[in-house]
Design a protein around this ligand. Structure first.
Ligand SMILES: [Cu+2]
Length: 148
């Protein structure tokens, strides 16, 4: 068995790896707007469970509970709102942090309360795309040494 190295693959990996990690995320395409989401909370889920906004958007969450008192605590933004049945609770904030943020129920509402979670995405998920790019580079590195 003999190892054959393709000289250009390590060079390509050495160039693309840091570029993938260090390249700044492109500027958001859409200008910031006002967005309102009506979120229905019931034991033990949110509808819709995922929200997506653009960085800089002014976001209003209208939390409506259909059975018992529920809350919504937004990780990363450290915001909380609680809703009782029959009343709409509102929370307005500017989405000035990019990334993926969990929101979870902040009122102990029953046995599955810890699993009452949702997700807010602010901007595209660059971390995921960078991760996929690095994974592709890693498989390329695996191919750079070929047994013949
Ligand atoms: Cu709860």
């Amino acid at each position: 068995m003999r190892m054959i190295r393709r000289w250009w693959l390590p060079a390509l990996i050495a160039l693309l790896g840091p570029a993938l990690v260090l390249a700044p995320a492109p500027l958001p395409a859409a200008p910031p707007t006002d967005r309102t989401f009506r979120i229905e909370a019931r034991s033990f889920e949110y509808t819709p469970p995922t929200l997506a906004v653009n960085p800089g958007d002014r976001v209003t969450l209208e939390l409506v509970s259909t059975d018992a008192a529920h809350g919504l605590y937004l990780d990363g933004y450290d915001l909380n709102v609680t809703a009782v049945p029959g009343q709409t609770a509102r929370l307005t904030f500017t989405a000035d942090k990019t990334g993926s943020f969990r929101f979870r129920c902040s009122v102990t509402c029953g046995p599955l309360h810890p699993f009452m979670i949702g997700k807010l995405s602010v901007g595209p998920n660059w971390l995921l795309w960078r991760g996929l790019g690095l994974a592709a580079l890693a498989s390329l590195a695996g191919l750079s040494v070929t047994r013949t």
